[in-house]
Write a protein of this length. Structure first.
Lengths: 87, 94, 327
């Protein structure tokens, strides 16, 4: 079982890495933002797998925070400022 | 038995994650990439969480896992829409 | 098979961190580098978790990924307005003067010096081998500390003075922020989709903050992580168009800002009056006192971070500004 978990963790890391390629390539900031969302979700999955692998239930809390704060990051990106409008 | 079920769920979740990431890289523009992203968020994490919940020590942890999935679900739905809206707003000068 | 897979995972993590950092620093476009920095924060949180440091991972996820990103984005988006209003051209378009070159050289040398110092410290640590003295000392006295999470015990009991001083630093920072003047202009009212996100996100963040504060006594968590999560809730409110981001008005805000340092002093001085050393908690009351101090600290930390995001003194609704005295 733990071998499967480790391989899955590796698979998620790969997924995260692919998202990274999109973050760096772009071309628009929207592309980078949605790749950041993927990195966030892959990170959440990775943390959940690690919590089982490393036997640390606290990592589940970290996963929750990561999920919520990734949403905050997306909100910060799309918030429209008053007076001047867009970025 | 539980191990087999759990393994199946985790592996299929992983498959959706990878499909989403590859879609993110290969699809031509932002709007189609958003489609790929939501596959990873919804099904990828959902199946992964289901598989891990079978291994949870107690009910509280399993509930936490479900809560995480629901939060990501709701957040990614709104984020995807907002990002698409933001991109559309930039394309069409107001 | 297990250890090689984990090794590959670690290598990929390190490589991701390095490439994100390099990419963030290499771009000219400020918005782009901020987003890369946010992604960096997310991956760093996973790295901390991999290193079995869940408290740090919590703090990194809350502050590094979400809050710093929001703060930097708000600052970046303000730049074009300021540059257009003044005569200053963007930094990379001006001609490089000798002052620029000297500055660049000095900063580079300082960075290299710090990196060398860290590398030496790391080499020393590997040389000496694992020394358990701190972990041992803590585990021996943990039972009398009032909490069962060793990190919280160190922060709030064994090294409470350090935390007191850190909160004093935060207080100084927030005074500096207030001296900057009025807050930045706010955000447009949320559309229906954003509104639907905010409706559940803010309550969940607030509840999670309370949970982290409570759980910090026996599991990773505590005042800093809770404060950062609470600040994230306020930032989301602000982004949705709320004027004061949920901050209390006037005098109450002053009290909240000073609450961290204040509660420490109140507890410490009361203990002095009762004949114990400053901040020397009686073992029976230690748990309760720590929770009390942490609650006050959480509010103070959250207020500081929110004011940093606001960029100055929060403005009441237009129409009241003439009558009420600004804080």
């Amino acid at each position: 079982m733990s071998e499967l978990l480790t391989v899955s963790a590796l698979g998620l890391m790969l997924s995260l890495f692919l998202g990274l390629l999109r973050v760096v390539r772009g071309p628009s900031t929207g592309d980078r933002m949605l790749a950041t969302q993927l990195i966030g979700t892959a990170g959440v999955g990775l943390l959940l797998l690690l919590s089982l692998l490393l036997k640390q239930t606290a990592l589940i809390d970290v996963a929750l925070i990561l999920a919520l704060l990734a949403a905050v990051a997306a909100a910060a990106f799309t918030g429209q400022q008053r007076e001047t409008g867009d970025d | 038995m539980i191990d087999a079920m759990s393994s199946l769920l985790i592996v299929s979740g992983l498959a959706f994650y990878l499909a989403g990431s590859i879609g993110l890289l290969r699809l031509p523009d932002l709007y189609s990439r958003l489609h790929a992203l939501t596959k990873a968020d919804n099904l990828g994490l959902g199946l992964l969480t289901a598989g891990l919940a079978l291994h949870a020590q107690d009910l509280l942890i399993a509930l936490k896992l479900v809560l995480i999935w629901l939060a990501v679900l709701a957040a990614s739905a709104a984020s995807a829409h907002l990002i698409a809206q933001h991109a559309r707003h930039r394309e069409t000068p107001s | 098979m297990n250890t090689t897979a984990l090794l590959v995972l670690d290598v990929l993590l390190v490589f991701s961190l390095l490439s994100l950092a390099a990419a963030a620093l290499a771009t000219r476009d400020a918005s782009r580098s901020v987003i890369l920095f946010m992604a960096f924060g997310l991956v760093l949180a996973v790295a901390w978790a991999r290193l079995l440091a869940p408290d740090v991972a919590l703090a990194e996820a809350a502050i590094g990924a979400g809050l710093s990103g929001a703060l930097l984005l708000a600052a970046v988006r303000e730049q074009p307005r300021r540059a257009l209003s003044g005569d200053a051209k963007p930094v990379h378009e001006r001609e490089r003067t000798s002052i620029d070159v000297t500055l660049q050289l000095t900063v580079t040398l300082l960075c290299v010096a710090v990196a060398a110092l860290l590398a030496w410290a790391l080499a020393e640590a590997f040389d000496r081998g694992p020394q358990d003295t701190l972990a041992q000392a803590v585990s021996e006295t943990l039972a009398a500390s009032g909490v069962s999470n060793p990190v919280t015990a160190i922060l709030l009991n064994f090294r409470a003075y350090d935390t007191l001083l850190e909160l004093a630093v935060l207080l100084t920072a927030v005074l500096g922020i207030l001296a900057l003047g009025p807050a930045r202009p706010g955000y447009q009212a949320a559309g229906p989709v954003f509104d639907s996100l905010v409706r559940w996100l803010v309550p969940v963040l607030i509840l999670t903050a309370g949970y982290l504060l409570w759980v910090g006594a026996h599991a990773p968590g505590g005042a800093f992580q809770a404060g950062a999560t609470l600040a994230a809730a306020a930032v989301v409110l602000r982004l949705a168009g709320h004027r004061t981001a949920g901050l209390p008005p006037g005098r109450t805000l002053h009290v909240v800002m000073a609450a961290g340092v204040g509660m420490f002093l109140v507890v410490g001085l009361s203990l002095l009056v009762l004949g114990r050393p400053f901040l020397g908690y009686p073992p029976a009351w230690a748990g309760g006192l720590i929770l009390l101090i942490e609650s006050a600290a959480m509010l103070a930390i959250a207020a500081t971070l929110v004011l940093a995001f606001l960029g100055g003194r929060p403005q009441p609704a237009a129409g009241l500004s003439g009558e009420k005295r600004q804080c």
